[in-house]
Design a protein around this ligand. Sequence first.
Ligand code: HEM
Length: 239
Amino acid sequence: MASDSRRAKLWDLPVRLIHWSFVVLLPLLWWTAENGEMDLHMTLGLVMLGLVVFRVLWGLVGSSTARFASFVRGPITVISYLRGLSKSESETSAGHNPAGGWSVVLLLGLLAVDVGLGLIAQNVDGVTGSLNYLVSYDQAEQATELHELGFNILLAVIVLHIAAILFYTFVKKDRLVPPMITGSKDLPTAVTTPVMAPAWRILPCLLIAAALTWWVSIGAPTSLEQFNAPPPVDASEYM
Ligand code: HEM
């Protein structure tokens, strides 16, 4: 470790657990869809929904490096950061850089949109997402096509994401992967130490994410009558 740096906590446990869960879940979601394991596919899709909702909540109340407010920057900051990329300057702040911050928003946004499309999609065997009854047959068909397209766009963004990580590792000599595993990194002394959120905050975020996911999984009923009724075949039963 250089004398002008010290070891500090960069990523908290929820950020790391959610990240590596994405890495495991996405290939599983692809495999289950390709092999007709639709029950498992939909269960894993709901797990993905829960993780994305949790990550969004954690982006509001979590540790400083997890918060959207700390890494979503304006276009001028992003452009000047990208212009300075070729220079070998040391880090000036901890966490996602201005360009990486937007890739986080893009990745989470694409995951959320694709899960949403999956919830209303249907496949050739008539297997449907839990909110499929809310849309018409044609809309569900369109959603199914967009669900596949969304996955391919997500894959392209993930390839860019991994390319960026490799660029930082081998060109900028900044190893980003170990901190995403261990949580800690050697930070220059000039950089403010990240503030980790207290562990108890995980609980309300977990409860909200789990409750919302469960509500969606049972068809998002909006009245007690709907709650007690068996899941409808199409939305007109609720009208
Ligand atoms: C399914 C594929 C992947 C998805 C959906 C994904 C998504 C994300 C997201 C959303 C973040 C932001 C973390 C947060 O603030 O919550 C992130 C960061 C990160 N990811 Fe991935 N990731 C994927 C694959 C990978 C792989 C395979 C690696 C390792 C080579 C990797 C390495 C990293 C690293 C090092 C960061 C932190 C970047 C930084 O220091 O700013 N990711 N990823």
